[in-house]
Design a protein around this ligand. Structure first.
Ligand code: SAM
Ligand code: SF4
Length: 354
C-alpha cells in the first residue's frame, strides 16, 4: 500500500480535514486493499457519528415539467419525447399521508424547475403535510428567489436540497445553459441564511470532469458545511445531448462518497437511487462506504414511470409499499436497521413554529 495513501487516510480519520492533494490521493485509491481500507474507515466514521440506523426519506416527484435544459437530464425542456405531468396539492397530500402511515418521518417534495407551482401552492403542500404529525419536509425544487426561500421556510419546510452538480464552473455553465454556477452557490447561501437544513451534492462521471474537479466538489461541500450531500453517478439518457456518453463509474462514486464521509462526518449521505440503478447492489455498497440515508420513492406508480431523469431508474415500476419493503431488505442485508428518529441535523437552527 502506498505511503502517501496511508498518511492521507490517517489524517482524514483523525482530523476530517484534508488538502486538495490529499483528497486526490484518496480518490485515486487503487482497487483492492486501498479501496477496501478507504471504505472500511468511512464505514467506521459513519458508525461513530450516526450509529447503526439508516434514515428513510420518502420522495414524492410531483411535477416532471422543467423550464431548464440541463444536458444530462431527461426532464430537460427540449425533450419532447416524454409525457409531462403535474400532481395537484390533494394528490401530493394523499401520497404524503400514505407515506406517513408506512412510518416515514421525512417527506421530500421534488420536481423539475416548474414555476407553475408558486410559493402559495407549495406552501399548501408543506402546511398540509406538517399538520399530519411530527414530520420533516424537504424541498428539492431548484432555484428560486431569496424571498421565495424565506416564504417556503416560514410555511414550515425544514430542509432544502439543491446540488451544486459540479464545482467546475465552466462545465456547470456548459451543461446547464441559461443557469449560472455563482447563482447556484448564492441559492445555497440564501437557504442557509433562511434557516433551512441545507443539502447539496454532485454528479460523478459527467463528460469532461476530472479527479481534480471531484476533489474540489468535496472541498466545496466542506466549505459550505452542508447538512446533506447527494453523490451519485451520471447515467446517460437517450433524449439528451449526452446520449451515448459513458455512465459514471460506480467505484469512483463509492470512493467520492467515502472521502466525503471522512471529511464531513456529521453530514447525512444517501445511498443514491442512481447507484442502485447502475448495479443491483449499488446501494448496499454505498451503505458500506459511508452512507446513512436512503430515499425510497413514494410517488404514485402512475407518475413515477414518467419522471425519467435517466432510464431504468431503480424502483420505477414498484408501488410505494414495495419500494419501502425492498429498501428495508437492503438495510437488513447489510446488518443495519431503520432509524426511528427524524434524522435532523445536529446543528442549531432557528425554530419556526406553525
Ligand atoms: N430540478 C431540481 C434541480 O435540478 O435541482 C430537482 C430535480 S433534479 C431531477 C434532481 C437531481 O437529479 C439533480 O440535482 C441531478 O443531480 C440529478 N440528475 C439529473 N439527471 C441525471 C442523470 N442523467 N444522471 C444522474 N443524476 C441526474
Ligand atoms: Fe430540470 Fe433539474 Fe433536470 Fe435540470 S436537473 S433539467 S433543473 S429537473
Amino acid at each position: 500500500m502506498d505511503n502517501k495513501f496511508k498518511s492521507a487516510l490517517k489524517k482524514a480519520v483523525l482530523q476530517h480535514d484534508l488538502s486538495k492533494e490529499d483528497v486526490v490521493t484518496l480518490l485515486n485509491a487503487a482497487p483492492g486493499d486501498e479501496q477496501q481500507l478507504l471504505f472500511q474507515r468511512a464505514d467506521q466514521v459513519r458508525q461513530r457519528y450516526h450509529g447503526n440506523g439508516v434514515h428513510l426519506r420518502g420522495i414524492i416527484e410531483f411535477s416532471s415539467y422543467c423550464k431548464n435544459d440541463c444536458y444530462y437530464c431527461g426532464l430537460r425542456r427540449s425533450n419532447k419525447d416524454i409525457h409531462r405531468y403535474r400532481m395537484t396539492v390533494e394528490q401530493v397530500l394523499d401520497a404524503a399521508r400514505q407515506a406517513l402511515e408506512m412510518g416515514f418521518r421525512t417527506i421530500v417534495l421534488q420536481s423539475g424547475e416548474d414555476p407553475w407551482y408558486n410559493v402559495g401552492t407549495i406552501a399548501k403542500m408543506i402546511y398540509g403535510i406538517k399538520k399530519m404529525g411530527d414530520v420533516a419536509v424537504t424541498l428539492s425544487i431548484g432555484e428560486r428567489s431569496r424571498a421565495e426561500y424565506y416564504l417556503l421556510r416560514f410555511a414550515g419546510a425544514d430542509r432544502y436540497l439543491i446540488k451544486h452538480e459540479t464545482s467546475d464552473r465552466n462545465l456547470f455553465n456548459k451543461l446547464r445553459p441559461g443557469t449560472d454556477f455563482d447563482r447556484r452557490i448564492q441559492c445555497l447561501e440564501w437557504l442557509n441564511e433562511a434557516g433551512f437544513q441545507v443539502g447539496s451534492g454532485n454528479i460523478i462521471g459527467l463528460p469532461g470532469q476530472t479527479i481534480e474537479s471531484l476533489a474540489d466538489d468535496i472541498l466545496l461541500l466542506k466549505q459550505l458545511d452542508v447538512e446533506m450531500a447527494g453523490i451519485g453517478p451520471f447515467i446517460p439518457h437517450d433524449q439528451t445531448p449526452l446520449a451515448g456518453a459513458p455512465h459514471g463509474d460506480l467505484q469512483l462514486t463509492l470512493k467520492a462518497l467515502a472521502v466525503t464521509r471522512l471529511m464531513l462526518p456529521q453530514t447525512h449521505l444517501p445511498a443514491t437511487t442512481a447507484a442502485g440503478t447502475l448495479h443491483p447492489r449499488g446501494r448496499h455498497m454505498a451503505l458500506n462506504a459511508g452512507a446513512n440515508v436512503i430515499m425510497p420513492n413514494v410517488t404514485p406508480l402512475e407518475y413515477r414511470q414518467l419522471y425519467q431523469i435517466y432510464p431504468n431508474k431503480a424502483g420505477s415500476t414498484e408501488q410505494p409499499r414495495q419500494s419501502l419493503e425492498n429498501i428495508i431488505s437492503i438495510i437488513r442485508e447489510v446488518g443495519r436497521e431503520v432509524a426511528q428518529d427524524r434524522g435532523d441535523s445536529p446543528k442549531e437552527r432557528f425554530q419556526i413554529s406553525i
